[in-house]
Design a protein around this ligand. Structure first.
Ligand SMILES: Cc1cc2nc3c(=O)[nH]c(=O)nc-3n(C[C@H](O)[C@H](O)[C@H](O)COP(=O)(O)OP(=O)(O)OC[C@H]3O[C@@H](n4cnc5c(N)ncnc54)[C@H](O)[C@@H]3O)c2cc1C
Length: 423
């Protein structure tokens, strides 16, 4: 059965060793970590906020760990101290509602990159280790997915399941789920992990997997940072495709749109040539949107005027699909795409196609980020909402929300994509 994931935002939770608090910051500085324990106001300020810019909590100190042992030392101190104090892992701080913040405790800055993406002073003591034979990579919990991709591509390999945006940390997305258009096929990112090293609430460092400490493994994956701090993840890899055919088609009928989305994800068991590799979509309630969010890859060759297409109640739905290919399959890609498109019921005049290197497709949102940053529109509050809606109620949702509450008054991105519950 399919469910639809609506991205009006991504949000969720906060971490770990929570007990009261009264600890002298000077005591913390005597912990003797190899990394940096900072009470510098500028470090504290960064850790007080996140991408949402909606909530603020000021920690007492910030730890930039040099190793998993540094993290374990801090958590043991929290666990053993008389008053106790809170500890929160912060990946890249791209939560919306303070999930990685803690007031008065210690925030552990897992990523070595700043909010803008630059590498910080400690460099990277644990670069990804790729095993070509086993087709996996061992990566530091604070590694950003963009850096995992760059490292694995050196071996012609890449992770299988993604988020739309790659400047997120491995620990941060594995604490949620890590979902994008590939999830119908491979499952979310948490379904593509073989093994983890985790610092538990008592400050032990444990390895866990399906076979070893399996309860911890399943608690930490999607555990919202509440069951331990991921310091290493073993990520499953596949041969990296060379290029991507990226297609957008439009619908004025919501039922045709969802029927086609559900049909496409039902093909997950088919051979690679007989299914798309990525299925997403978005809702267009505002004329400006289709030529705006993430779509500079299509324009100016493919500008769209909603009024020229004719929409039902002012709302259009855009199905986004891709087909990966290799040098060896370059001769058949046109045929494969044509065969799959024939089965769909989109508005015939509305096929928009582009073709680009695999990396450029995966890193597409960064291009939008740079554009928004240059206009001062990235570091602004992000009141986003993320919902899973069952297939049985998605038509009601369309009627009540897209055609009802929203009208044509919103210009923010509204992603809507189908998920297989069994993945
Ligand atoms: C522009 C943008 C696009 C996005 N696109 C997608 C998308 O396509 N798909 C999707 O699934 N999500 C998406 N998200 C949401 C994103 O995946 C989550 O917000 C994710 O938690 C952010 O990762 P982060 O590294 O910034 O984590 P943070 O915000 O730093 O932390 C998130 C949570 O994880 C915990 N945590 C962080 N590191 C660790 C660790 N090493 N061990 C244990 N717990 C830890 C934190 O304590 C906190 O609870 C997007 C977010 C943004 C801002």
């Amino acid at each position: 059965m399919a469910i639809n994931k609506l991205l009006l935002t991504f949000a969720i939770c906060r971490l770990i060793v929570t007990v009261g608090l009264t600890v002298d910051p000077a005591e913390l500085l005597r912990l003797g970590v190899d990394g940096q324990l900072s009470v510098d106001p500028s470090d504290v300020e960064i850790a007080s906020l996140d991408f949402g810019l909606l909530s603020r909590a000021e920690p007492m100190a910030v730890l930039r760990p040099a190793s998993a042992e540094d993290i374990a030392r801090l958590v043991r101190a929290a666990y053993n101290s008389a008053g106790g104090f809170t500890v929160s892992a912060r990946g890249h701080g791209h939560s919306i509602n303070g999930q990685a913040q803690t007031s008065s405790g210690v925030v552990i800055e897992m990523s070595r990159r700043s909010g803008g993406g630059q590498l910080g002073g400690l460099g990277n003591p644990n670069p990804p280790q790729v095993s070509v034979k086993e087709m996996h990579a061992d990566v530091w919990g604070g590694e950003l997915w963009i850096d995992v991709l760059r490292s694995t591509l050196e071996y012609g390999l890449a992770p299988k399941s993604w988020t739309d945006y790659l400047y997120l940390s491995v620990g941060g997305t594995l604490s949620n789920a890590g979902i994008s258009g590939q999830a119908f096929n491979h499952g979310p990112q948490i379904s593509n992990v073989h093994e983890l090293d985790v610092v538990t609430g008592k400050g032990e460092i444990l390895t866990c997997s399906e076979e070893e400490n399996s309860k911890l493994f399943h608690a930490v994956l999607g555990g919202l940072g509440q069951f331990g701090i991921i310091t290493r993840a073993r990520i499953s890899l596949e041969p990296a495709p060379h290029r991507v055919r990226w297609i957008r088609v439009l619908y004025s009928s919501f039922s045709s749109f969802t029927r086609d989305q559900e049909y496409l994800i039902s093909l997950y068991g088919n051979p690679p040539s007989q299914k798309f590799d990525y299925v997403e979509g978005f809702v267009i309630v505002d004329e400006g949107l289709i030529n705006n969010w993430r779509s500079s890859f299509f324009s100016p060759r493919n500008p769209v005027k909603i009024s020229s297409i004719g929409s039902n109640g002012g709302v259009l739905y855009c199905l986004e699909i891709t087909k990966n290919y290799y040098q060896s399959t370059v001769d058949t890609i046109d045929q494969e795409v044509e065969y799959l498109l024939k089965k769909l019921n989109y508005i015939p005049s509305s096929v928009f196609t582009t073709d680009l290197p695999y990396v450029d497709f995966l890193d597409r949102v960064h291009k939008a980020e740079l554009k928004l940053r240059s206009k001062g529109l990235w570091d602004v509050p992000h009141p986003w909402l993320n919902l899973f809606v069952p297939k049985s109620r998605i038509a009601d949702f369309d009627k009540g929300v897209f055609k009802g509450i929203l009208g044509n008054k919103t210009s923010g991105p509204i992603l809507i994509y189908p998920m297989n519950r069994n993945k």
